[in-house]
Design a protein around this ligand. Structure first.
Ligand code: ADP
Length: 297
């Protein structure tokens, strides 16, 4: 007789936040209906939850041409790729309809404007969004100067991109993106054009800045070492049409106080890299089972 049970007072429930990113059966077909038709993505579904007070880094690995960049570009809302051929993409519960200041992108190729100085490049996004951000020229300059320092480019403000090294140019790209404080940072092979020492240095810088901005980072990389080092979680996509073939969750969090090179030489780290590499090899051959895919399919 439920009506005789003592009533417990209603406790206020913490409001559940929608996922930061949600892909629902997303497909992308290039050259649809022509002899060149190509299915880059098919039924790609995943959610990245909102972790209270911190973001996370999701790394995406996969064979070349499996649709990793396509997925990232769809999420950014780039008009060259958007919209998906099928399915829906949501950011914090709202359908993506195009690019937005809540999503920042860092590419492999140096994406700064060649005719603008470092300072003007970092100011650029602030200038075009000054109305939304409600900031004046002085504040734009202050924020740009602050981020130029944070990425270690103090003293280079008045140089042009061609006067900088590859690593320095990627620092400008990081500053240009992070100065806008996007809640989601999309990175497409951001360090793969750099030499090994610079790449490791940039990985260390990314960890430090990521902890500060507390954003959700989605990182496409072809480096298993980079995915295991930077990712909280790594996905391996299947061959096109790409979908998540395997998920490696709970990867050790990078410690900003530790030299990436030392971490990346530890036994535990190398064992994890080996495990991911083995899985990658099998997935490339098409050997994966549905039950390998974790919850995110
Ligand atoms: P990945 O990043 O995994 O290497 P991409 O997402 O770049 O793969 O590409 C997946 C497939 O989609 C490739 O076969 C590529 O040629 C094709 N593709 C990507 N962009 C376009 C485009 N703008 N027009 C036509 N085909 C494209």
């Amino acid at each position: 007789m439920t009506e005789n049970l003592p009533q417990t007072p209603q406790q206020p429930q913490p409001q559940a936040q929608p996922p930061v990113v949600e892909f629902k059966n997303v497909g992308k077909v290039w050259h649809c209906g022509t002899p060149r038709e190509f299915r880059a993505l098919e039924n790609l579904s995943f959610t990245i939850p909102d972790l209270h007070g911190r973001g996370e880094i999701r790394a995406i690995l996969g064979p070349s041409g499996c649709g990793k960049s396509t997925a990232l570009n769809l999420l950014s809302g780039f008009k060259e790729v958007f919209p998906p051929t099928s399915g829906e993409i949501l950011v914090r519960g709202r359908p993506v309809t195009g690019p937005g200041i809540d999503r920042g992108m860092v590419f492999q190729k140096y994406s700064s404007f060649p005719h603008l100085t470092v300072f003007k490049n970092v100011c650029f996004g602030l200038e075009i969004n000054r109305g939304v951000l409600g900031i004046d020229e002085k504040e734009i300059g202050r924020r740009a100067a602050e981020w130029i320092q944070k990425v270690g480019l103090g003293g280079h403000e008045h140089k042009y991109p061609h006067q900088l090294s590859g690593g320095q140019q990627q620092r400008v790209a990081l500053a240009r993106t992070l100065v806008l404080k996007p809640r989601i940072i999309l990175m497409d092979e951001p360090f793969s054009a750099l030499d090994e020492p610079t790449r490791i240095e940039m990985q260390g810088l990314l960890v430090t800045l990521w902890l500060e901005v507390e954003a959700t980072v989605i990182l496409v990389t072809h480096s298993i070492v980079e995915a295991v080092y930077l990712g909280d979680c790594a996905w391996i996509f299947s061959k096109a049409p790409g979908r998540i073939a395997r998920e490696f969750g709970n990867l050790p969090l990078p410690d900003p106080g530790q030299d990436p090179l030392i971490v990346q030489k530890s036994r535990e780290f190398l064992d994890k890299v080996e495990e991911v590499a083995e899985a990658f090899k099998e997935i490339k051959k098409g050997n994966f089972k549905q039950q390998d895919t974790g919850g995110n399919v």
